[in-house]
Design a protein around this ligand. Structure first.
Ligand SMILES: O=C(O)CCC(=O)C(=O)O
Ligand SMILES: [Fe+2]
Length: 531
């Protein structure tokens, strides 16, 4: 593919991603796309074997001719021809080749299998799940997001190493060139140079198989010039550029690898929510030893007979704002039931949007698929709600508007949810409030969030609270719980939280948002034994 074409694709898809995000962020979708690829590959292998049969027949024809003349000396061309023509065996074979073999060859050439292959390929492509440009860019953005959040070292990443977990997945020199150009077009010149330099190294190792080193060198030079120019321009304005856009020094003075290492070592994230969020996602601890020492773990019964039999293990993650993890609150059967009930609804949500003729505008802030489950869908859901009430001491009956119905979310690779607050009204504009219906307003705001983790995530996917300075790691069957409102009913800005991108594996969570009004006399202090 020409350089111009690559640039076009990257550019066009970049425009699209801004409105659509990655549609295929759910892990269930990715699995069906891998299956689609297998279908395509079967069609292509069939074409290869048919074409090889064709070539075999033609090769055989040429071979027969060569063999028949191989032992004849060819010193004098005319004499050679006469000798052939005067030999009855040669004459017979000549006739046989041109009369008989030729028919076979013509027949083979006439049967066109390109057209039928094309039809089969188009059939697969017409599947509504077949990836489009925005999906390609979604996957690119996911990789960039993972790299930024987890500070992945490009050299390790391209060789399939994801924070210490070695996988069989690898990127080629051409893939890295794509990534470099993508970064360049987004103005992330520092990142662009790093990807392009990796592309150059890989092209060497690959013997220029996917792309040539001299071509990459030209692009690197452009990126370095652009980087140094942007840095110079920013310095004149006394502006500070982001880490991905620029290094501290011109690249002509100090190479990218050295500067990136220094940058990581000297990183500070005092007041920056996004930087703290990323640090928490990487598993760094932001709490002082003193605070850590005050956090407790205990078995709770709330003096409830049910819990006497099976006390619930509570871990305190943060004191202010109060954040807790409950362990082993859902069993495997319950988890499977929730996922089974949600799966068809996750898929249908997209179909409906399409039928309505509206463009599916999935935001890049949250890349997951969600479904809502009414308690009446399955008796188990009601029991689960009762359990939430038991362990939190709050009322959660959704038919009395004490809580919302259960939400289920499924995140695929790179799936994330940027830091946000769960409370609805406190930060809302009058216009947004105007759009809410009377019932939503009457039940008050989301006083608390109870979130189940339905699986273990292989790498990444924690729930991080940058202002509280803690992250909760998903553990199958466990749940995170926190109050979104302060005791005076105001939204607590310190409950800012988000879902770290999934680095390896996938992630299922299920949210129960508990509403304020029903809890007026109910907000218990039970959770912290000392409070
Ligand atoms: O998935 C997570 O870890 C967080 C999800 C979340 O914050 C939400 O759904 O509001
Ligand atoms: Fe949330």
């Amino acid at each position: 593919m020409g350089d111009y074409a690559i640039r076009q694709i990257v550019y066009v898809t970049m425009l699209i991603i801004q409105v659509s995000g990655d549609m295929h962020s759910a892990s269930a979708d990715l699995a069906s796309i891998f299956q689609m690829e297998q279908q395509v590959n079967n069609v292509l292998s069939e074409l290869v074997s048919q074409t090889e049969t064709k070539l075999g027949i033609i090769r055989q024809y040429l071979k027969e001719y060569e063999q028949s003349v191989i032992n004849e000396t060819m010193d004098d061309k005319n004499e050679f021809m006469e000798r052939l023509a005067g030999n009855p065996i040669h004459a017979y074979r000549l006739m046989k080749r041109l009369y008989f073999d030729w028919q076979l060859i013509e027949k083979e050439i006439k049967t066109d299998n390109w057209q039928s292959t094309l039809i089969k390929l188009e059939e697969v492509r017409n599947n509504e799940k077949f990836p489009k440009e925005e999906d390609f860019l979604g996957a690119t953005s996911a990789l960039v997001r993972l790299q930024d959040t987890y500070e992945l070292n490009i050299t390790e990443l391209v060789r399939g190493n994801l924070r210490g977990r070695q996988t069989h997945a690898e990127l080629t020199a051409l893939d890295c060139l794509f990534m470099g150009k993508h970064a360049f077009d987004e103005g992330a010149y520092a990142r662009a140079v790093e990807w392009l330099e990796e592309s150059y190294i890989l092209a060497g190792l690959e013997n220029n198989q996917t792309i040539r080193q001299d071509h990459i060198m030209e692009v690197i030079q452009q990126a370095i010039d652009k980087h140094d120019e942007a840095l110079h321009e920013a310095q004149q304005r006394m502006a500070v550029l982001s880490d991905t856009k620029s290094f501290r020094l011109p690249l002509k003075e100090k190479p990218a690898v050295l500067q990136r290492n220094e940058m990581i070592r000297s990183r500070k994230y005092d007041k920056d929510d996004a930087a703290k969020f990323n640090a928490l996602c990487r598993g760094e601890s932001l709490l002082s030893e003193e605070i850590l020492g005050q956090l407790k773990c205990w078995y709770e019964t709330h003096k409830e007979p049910y819990l006497f039999l099976m006390p619930i293990k509570i871990e305190q993650n943060s004191i202010r704002p109060a954040i807790y993890t409950f362990h082993d609150v859902l069993n495997d059967l319950e988890i499977e039931t929730i996922k089974e009930l949600a799966t068809p609804l996750l898929a249908r949500a997209k179909v409906l949007a399409k039928q309505a003729g509206s463009k599916t505008t999935v935001s890049n802030v949250r890349t997951s698929k969600t479904a809502w489950l009414e308690d009446k869908l399955h008796p188990m859901l009601h029991r689960i709600s009762q359990r939430i009430a038991l362990v939190t001491g709050l009322k959660v009956n959704s038919s009395f508007d004490e809580a919302e119905i259960l939400q289920v979310a499924n995140y695929g690779i790179g799936g994330h949810y940027s830091p946000h607050h769960d409370y609805l009204m406190k930060g809302k504009t009058d216009e947004e409030l105007g759009k809410m219906n009377a019932r939503e307003l009457a039940t008050g705001d989301r006083i608390a969030t109870f979130m189940f983790y339905l699986n273990d995530v292989e790498r990444g996917g924690s729930t991080a609270f940058p202002r509280a300075g803690v992250a909760v790691k998903p553990v199958k069957g466990g749940a995170a719980f926190w109050y979104n409102l302060k005791r005076n009913g105001q939204g607590d800005p310190d409950t800012l939280h988000g879902a770290c991108p999934v680095l390896l594996g996938h992630k299922w969570v299920s949210n129960k948002w508990i509403r304020e009004t029903a809890q007026s006399f109910n907000r218990p202090c039970l959770l912290d034994p000392d409070e």
